[in-house]
Design a protein around this ligand. Structure first.
Ligand SMILES: [Zn+2]
Ligand SMILES: [Zn+2]
Length: 304
């Protein structure tokens, strides 16, 4: 498999929130109110993910042009020791399977969906416990309501542990709003897709053609050649205070803006022993945008 930057693909960027509760389970807003809230703030799509309730779609918000905003089929499943975000599935798994997360994920996949482990730090899962669940597409690396309530919203160490072991997992930023803790609007994904349709958005998410954010924008991510010909990864972003490349172990690098200045780009030379590389761009308010991880073995230019 050869890595393709989502920034080099044809199509458009679409903003969405993939984890949200409504009055169908333990949220305070109705599905119609939720859809309207995101539409009015410039989002392109929303997945309503009520607990063990499948929400396949919502009407276009009143006044919105046809096709200007879509909903992605979703639900949140859970059993002993885990919560799972499921997107694009056509039928709910049987609740009798709930305590067998790999079986739940298998049913999600068999019905055409994608399964992500939700807020593993908040749940109390170790990375090994997450890694033991088969058939997942990724993990929530940021969950805004878990951060607001308990400071347990980030799961970067879980993600990096699993990436270091060669697990190909994407990392989501979600707000998981219940309309109680003021978390709506604080975690989202930017998806590169051919068109704003549920099928195109889900295919792009499955392929990792997105980045996640709590505020900053990633403007470009591509392989470049250094003056001596060595391959490197270059990121361009909205003005940031730090840009940090993460790899297996301390083989990445953090770049910090001088006082009173901002960073707009950074470059990391690549080597086989890094195993994976991903980048985080953090602004002066501590908000972060992060790319998905690139497995170094998917970069033929980086020789062994
Ligand atoms: Zn949950
Ligand atoms: Zn939730």
């Amino acid at each position: 498999m050869t890595w393709t930057s989502p920034f080099s693909l044809p199509g458009y960027w679409f903003k969405g929130n993939l984890h949200c509760h409504t009055t169908q389970s333990d949220g305070l807003a109705s599905p119609e109110e939720a859809v309207r809230w995101y539409y009015e703030r410039g989002y392109d799509f929303l997945a309503i993910t009520d607990h063990w309730v499948l929400t396949p779609g919502c009407p276009t918000p009143a006044g919105a042009p046809d096709g200007a905003f879509i909903t992605i089929t979703g639900t949140e499943l859970h059993g002993a020791g885990y919560h799972m975000l499921a997107l694009g599935l056509s039928a709910l798994p049987a609740e009798s399977l709930a305590d067998a997360p790999s079986e739940v994920a298998a049913v999600v996949r068999a019905s055409g969906g994608l399964a992500f482990i939700a807020h593993p730090y908040w749940t109390g899962q170790s990375s090994a416990e997450v890694g033991a669940i088969a058939g997942i597409a990724g993990v929530e690396v940021f969950n805004a309501v878990c951060e607001k309530m308990d400071g347990l919203g980030y799961a970067r160490v879980h993600w990096d542990d699993l990436l270091s072991q060669g697990r190909r997992l994407t990392g989501l930023s979600v707000d998981d709003t219940h309309w109680k803790h003021d978390s709506h609007g604080t975690g989202y994904v930017m998806v590169r897709a051919a068109a704003l349709t549920e099928a195109d958005i889900l295919a792009a998410i499955a392929a990792g053609h997105f980045y996640s954010s709590t505020g900053p924008t990633i403007q470009d991510l591509r392989l470049v050649a250094l003056a001596d010909g060595r391959p490197a990864l270059k990121v361009c972003c909205s003005p940031c205070a730090t840009i940090t490349f993460y790899t297996q172990g301390p083989k990445g690098r953090r770049f910090t803006a001088p006082a009173g200045e901002a960073l707009h780009s950074a470059v990391l030379p690549l080597r086989r022993e890094q195993v994976f590389v991903r980048v985080e761009c953090a602004d002066s308010a501590g908000r972060i945008a992060w790319s998905n991880a690139i497995m170094i073995e998917d970069l033929p230019a980086v020789e062994g």
